[in-house]
Unconditional design. Structure first.
Length: 206
């Protein structure tokens, strides 16, 4: 039987690692939801290590400009260390997915790493982009989609049937999507991702 002191030390060790456990748990959920099946084998541990590194930066981010700058670095690093299940380099749209889903879970939903930091970061978070979200935005306002997305970023390089493919999202298109989303929901951009839960079951049956 463990002594009371040993028990206290054991619990203290668990408490010290609680946030790591939360990051890994939510990160695993984000990975599976976002793109687990589309990446090469043994990608999950790389993703979890990346998300832990991202978490370590969150407290120090004090402006939207800094967040966007760091976010670009995170996506760029993801493109460097991961490959698709066909051994291709990730497009910018593919690199953003797990990062944005994780930050929605961790910062917006769980109010981590602290409630104060989460409140500061919430208006700066990026909405996860995928087929469901992009098609919902297009359907919501086709004219605005044509003006902001199709004409300047897709028309000359993307086939119409590929308009909702994450592999077609380059950095400039990604920024255009996020700027539109931030105008629609400036206090909480990830609110737009609610359509994923509401519409995905219907998308899977089509």
């Amino acid at each position: 039987m463990k002594s009371p002191l040993a028990q206290t030390d054991w619990l203290a060790g668990l408490a010290q690692n609680e946030d790591l456990s939360i990051v890994r748990g939510l990160g695993s959920l984000a990975f599976v939801r976002a793109q687990g099946r589309t990446l090469e084998e043994r990608s999950q541990e790389k993703v979890l290590n990346l998300l832990w590194d991202i978490r370590s930066e969150l407290d120090s981010i004090s402006s939207r400009q800094t967040f966007d700058s760091r976010h670009h670095v995170w996506v760029d690093h993801t493109q460097q260390i991961l490959r698709t299940n066909r051994q291709a380099q990730l497009a910018y749209g593919q690199g953003q997915k797990t990062i944005n889903v994780f930050l929605k879970f961790y910062v917006d939903w769980a109010s981590r790493p602290t409630a104060e930091t989460a409140a500061r970061l919430r208006p700066w978070l990026h909405c996860p982009l995928d087929k469901v979200v992009m098609e919902a935005l297009r359907s919501h306002d086709v004219d605005m989609w044509r003006k902001r997305i199709w004409e300047p970023h897709y028309r000359d390089r993307v086939k119409h049937q590929q308009r909702a493919s994450m592999s077609m999202i380059n950095e400039s298109a990604y920024r255009a999507w996020q700027e539109w989303i931030r105008e629609l929901s400036p206090e909480k951009p990830v609110l737009i991702d609610t359509v994923w839960s509401l519409l995905r079951p219907m998308a899977e049956t089509e």
